[in-house]
Design a protein around this ligand. Structure first.
Ligand code: RB5
Length: 144
């Protein structure tokens, strides 16, 4: 994984997976900005998707990682913010193509739907794969 500042956030359902991912990121020498949540107590995923989107669009972090039960709600929340391309990934092919074709700047993972080792692999590939540009850039430009 390349050196970078990575923001990460989850709701209660993603709290345990978030902790495991933070451990991996830090072991790889990355600076991690943990935006919560800080326990398994019930919270609302839009609040955490918004906080992470703000960290990425402001430049505080180069990439973002989101976790909720499915990865869906928190991805929807983040994608409401201009400049965020959050990709809900369930396997490593999703993670690779989200970078190569969509230049995704945020990965969203489902703690209740994706196993921990697959989630770790998805994140590693997401962070180490480059954007292919070319025709994909034209399509991203049309997203506004
Ligand atoms: C919380 O119970 C759950 O709805 C949330 O984590 C997420 O899966 C929503 O998309």
């Amino acid at each position: 994984m390349a050196a970078a500042s990575i923001a990460i956030a989850s709701d209660h359902a993603g709290f345990d997976l978030k902790a495991a991912l933070i451990e991996d990121l830090q072991a790889a020498g990355m600076a991690v900005l943990d935006l919560g949540t800080d326990s398994r107590d019930s919270v609302d995923y839009p609040d955490y998707g918004a906080a992470l989107a703000q960290a990425v669009t402001s430049g505080k972090a180069t990439r973002g990682v989101l976790v909720c039960g499915t990865g869906i709600g928190i991805a929807i929340a983040a994608n409401r913010h201009k400049g965020i391309r959050a990709a809900h990934c369930r396997d490593t092919t999703d993670a690779r193509l989200a970078r190569q074709h969509n230049d995704a700047n945020v990965i969203a993972l489902g703690a209740r739907t994706t196993g921990i080792e697959v989630a770790k692999d998805c994140l590693r590939i997401f962070l180490s794969t480059g954007f292919e540009g070319g025709r994909h850039q034209r399509r991203i430009d049309k997203l506004g």
